[in-house]
Ligand binder design. Structure first.
Ligand SMILES: Cc1ncc(C[n+]2csc(CCOP(=O)(O)OP(=O)(O)O)c2C)c(N)n1
Ligand SMILES: [Mg+2]
Length: 334
């Protein structure tokens, strides 16, 4: 979509939010390497335009469901970075009181129904939210984010089918970053685009360059408006790329350094958007630099907050924790 058709305020929000995610993720990588963030960490560097292009069309009261790679979704939905950073550290002040960690950030205040350690696990939740919206006669929408790997899961097929036959206000956003862990896309699926699967459910399917925030914005706008009008779901495939490993510590033996470097050099969503903003005179270099400075300051404050926060006490260990015990044994948790 041409920049001229989008308010300057929205354009700057998009830039600022992509920068905030990038600074957050690169800082978390350092903190993880220092041993300050326990558990697995999957970062969103390189994929920022997807969350931001979609979320620029959402209201606070709309819902999202996220993935194991969910920090970017949370930040773009307007989440509190202090609460999520404290959660990453396992501290009591975290959004899940320190018991969820990176893969389980949820915050109902901003409509984030949950990141999810189960691949494809958020899809049925979004469909449930869509059913709730419809039964209550509201005009909100629910957006399910998931990966290319998740699009091979039963949850994906059942979820889209139900949303399609019931015309639910759900938008399915597949972040096709071309790998599920070490398995490349062409080894997972025979179709060129995940969006082709929409045909099987009788709904619109569209594939978009996920490194171009304005292209994502445009297709998301159409899908979200369609859902709000009660016309049912859309499947969007955003073709993107993760600049870091599947998780922090991934040796990445399944792809070449040249491939990664090519994407960083030619398809960095922030650089591409920046060039456009400068060329069109939407912002000056100084204004953009100030945005980076502000983001760094904000993330440092969140790190300080997390570091200074207390650990949960032993007595709280079993509070707010739910499970399905099988003969006294806790079910598998990834
Ligand atoms: C149900 C389930 N099966 C397997 C796993 C192990 N696993 C974690 S991430 C992942 C790959 C997911 O790939 P994709 O959906 O493309 O997301 P990406 O990591 O690329 O963002 C797998 C198989 C899991 N967490 N949950
Ligand atoms: Mg993937």
């Amino acid at each position: 979509m041409p920049v001229e058709e989008i308010p300057r305020e929205t354009l700057l929000w998009m830039y600022e939010t992509m920068v905030r995610i990038r600074v957050h993720e690169e800082r978390v990588a350092e903190l993880f390497a220092q041993g300050k963030v326990p558990g697995f960490v999957h970062l969103y560097v390189g994929e920022e335009a997807v969350a931001v292009g979609v979320m620029a069309n959402l209201r606070r009261e709309d819902f999202i469901t996220s993935t194991h790679r969910g920090h970017g979704h949370y930040i773009a939905k307007g989440g509190d970075v202090k609460a999520s950073m404290a959660e990453l550290f396992g501290k009591k002040t975290g959004s899940g009181k320190g018991k969820g960690g990176s893969m389980h950030i949820a915050d109902l205040d901003v409509g984030e129904l949950g990141a999810n350690g189960m691949v494809g696990g958020g899809i049925p939740h979004a469909v449930g939210a869509g059913l709730g919206i419809k039964l209550n006669g509201l005009d909100n929408v629910a957006v399910a984010f998931f990966g290319d790997g998740a699009s091979n899961q039963q949850n994906f097929h059942e979820g889209i089918n139900l949303a399609a036959i019931w015309k639910l206000p759900v938008v399915f956003v597949c972040e096709n970053n071309q790998y599920q862990i070490s398995l490349s896309y062409d080894k997972q699926q025979t179709i060129k685009s995940v969006a082709e699967r929409a045909k099987a459910y009788g709904i619109p399917g569209v594939s978009v360059d996920g490194q171009d925030v304005l292209a994502v914005y445009e297709v998301a706008k159409e899908a979200i408006e369609r859902a709000r009008r009660g016309e049912g779901p859309t499947l969007i495939e955003a073709k993107t790329y993760r600049f870091r490993g599947h998780f922090e510590g991934d040796p990445q033996v399944y792809r070449s350094k040249e491939e990664v470097e090519w994407w960083k050099k030619n398809k960095d969503p922030i650089k591409l958007f920046e060039e456009k903003l400068l060329a069109k005179g939407i912002a000056t270099r100084e204004e953009l630099d100030a945005i980076w400075e502000k983001a760094r300051k904000e993330i440092e404050e969140a790190v300080k907050f997390a570091e200074e926060s207390p650990w949960p006490s032993k007595e709280e260990l079993l509070e707010d924790v739910f499970s399905t015990p099988t003969k006294g044994v806790l079910v598998w948790q990834w």
